[in-house]
Every structure is written in C-alpha cells, then in structure tokens.
Design a protein around this ligand. Structure first.
Ligand code: HEM
Length: 215
C-alpha cells in the first residue's frame, strides 16, 4: 500500500516537472520571438511597423477629409484628430528607433547587388527621417499659427515656437512637401517588398509578417 502511494507521488512529481519544463519552453519561445533575431523581425518590431502603417493611412484620410471641409467646428475637430494621431506616430517612431538600437537587425540577403543594398538602406533611413519630420513640422506649424497641440484632449503639449505668420506659411509648405516625399518613398518601399516576395522569392517580406515562418 505504502509502495503504491510512493509510486503515485513519484508519478505526480514527474508530471509536474514535465509541465513546468513545457511551460518554461513556451515562455522562452515567446521571449525569443519578442526580440529580433538576425533572421527575422521580432513581434514587437512587426507590431510597431504595421501599427504605424495603419496610422499613416488613417492620418492621410483625416487630412483629406479636413481639406475638403469649409472653415468651422467640423474642420477644426478633424484637424485636432489629425494632430493627435500625428503625435501618436511620433511617440511610436521614438519607441521603434530605441527598440531597433537595442536589438539585432535582420541582415539583407547576400544575393543583393550593391545598388539594391544602397536603395534598401536609403529608403529605410528616409522613412525614419520622414516619420519624425512630418509630425514635427505639423507641431511647428500649429504653434506658429497660435493653436496649441493637444493629444486627444488628454494632454496639452507645449508650443515649440511663438506665433509667427511667415513661419506658419513656411511650415505649411514644408508639411505638404514632406507628405509628397513620404508618398514617393512608401511607393518605392512597397515595390521593393513585392519584388523581394514575387521575383527574388526571398524571406524579406515574410520576416516582417506575423504568423509566418522564414524558409
Ligand atoms: C504595404 C505597405 C508596406 C509594406 C509591404 C512594407 C514592408 C516592409 C518590409 C518587408 C520591411 C522589412 C525589410 C527588411 O527586412 O529588410 C519593412 C521595413 C521598414 N518599413 Fe515598411 N512596409 C510598408 C509600409 C511602410 C510604411 C508606410 C512605413 C513608414 C512610413 C514603413 C517603414 C519601414 C521602415 C522604416 C523599415 C525599416 C525597418 C528597420 O530597418 O528598422 N513601411 N517594411
């Protein structure tokens, strides 16, 4: 009887150890995929990339709607939303860059020619510069116009510059020009992603997509 009880206890112990090891393995896997590796972007980098893509699409939509509205409360409300989303993108871009600096970056395929390698680095750097320059030029424009920027009505941000008509006009032109530049670089970036996936058949797009495996 005693021996049977001891056997049961032993079995219980072994199954608990097994469960614990399985749990630990799952935790390790989750931690591994959170961070980038040299082969794939981790889930945080992927999440930030695609969240920013969605917010940029929303941002363009809000700007186009506001542009079509006559001066009035509706236009101001739409612009207030546009500013809040812009500040969110700025915050996410800062987190994204900090995360990139503290993580490995997946290497580009060895098969790329020097000009393709240069273009990849150039477009990524340009996208980062524009992710900062667009919201900052908007914030400068708003301050120069004398309209403080608020983040979804929850927090008012400080004015970056005192009221100034010439600066407001310069920032308005800069913001528009940067938006066109962002559109052009994003198109180039999408074309490159499609070329990697369809023509070169490498892992470059797949490693930025969630729920996929690298080959
Ligand atoms: C449908 C649209 C998009 C697709 C298919 C796409 C695809 C990709 C892919 C596959 C990568 C990884 C490249 C690599 O592993 O070397 C990447 C990186 C990147 N993407 Fe996009 N992207 C899109 C839109 C955007 C937009 C709108 C932005 C920002 C304005 C953006 C900013 C970036 C940046 C900055 C990187 C470089 C990441 C780094 O090196 O830290 N992407 N994108």
């Amino acid at each position: 009887m005693d021996r049977a009880a001891a056997q049961d206890r032993g079995q219980d112990e072994r199954s608990r150890t097994k469960d614990f090891k399985r749990h630990l393995h799952a935790l390790k896997l989750a931690a591994m995929t959170l961070k980038n590796t040299l082969a794939r972007w981790g889930w945080l980098a992927q999440f930030l990339h695609w969240l920013i893509v969605v917010l940029i699409a929303l941002q363009v939509t809000l700007a186009l709607i506001a542009d079509d509205l006559p001066l009035g409360m509706k236009k101001l409300a739409m612009l207030a939303r546009h500013k809040s989303v812009g500040i969110t993108i700025l915050g996410l871009a800062i987190i994204r860059l900090l995360w990139r600096w503290t993580n490995p970056t997946p290497a580009l395929p060895d098969s790329l020619r020097p000009y393709e390698r240069f273009l990849a680095h150039f477009t990524h750097a340009a996208l980062y510069v524009l992710l900062f320059a667009m919201p900052l030029s908007g914030w400068l424009m708003s301050s120069a116009r004398g309209f403080p920027v608020s983040w979804f009505g929850l927090m008012q941000l400080p004015d970056l510059v005192p009221k100034s008509k010439p600066l407001y006009e310069a920032m308005l032109e800069t913001h528009d020009a940067l938006a066109l530049a962002l559109g052009a670089v994003v198109l180039l970036h999408i074309a490159a992603a499609v070329k990697h996936h369809v023509l070169l058949k490498d892992d470059v797009l797949r490693r930025m997509l969630p729920f996929t495996k690298s080959r």
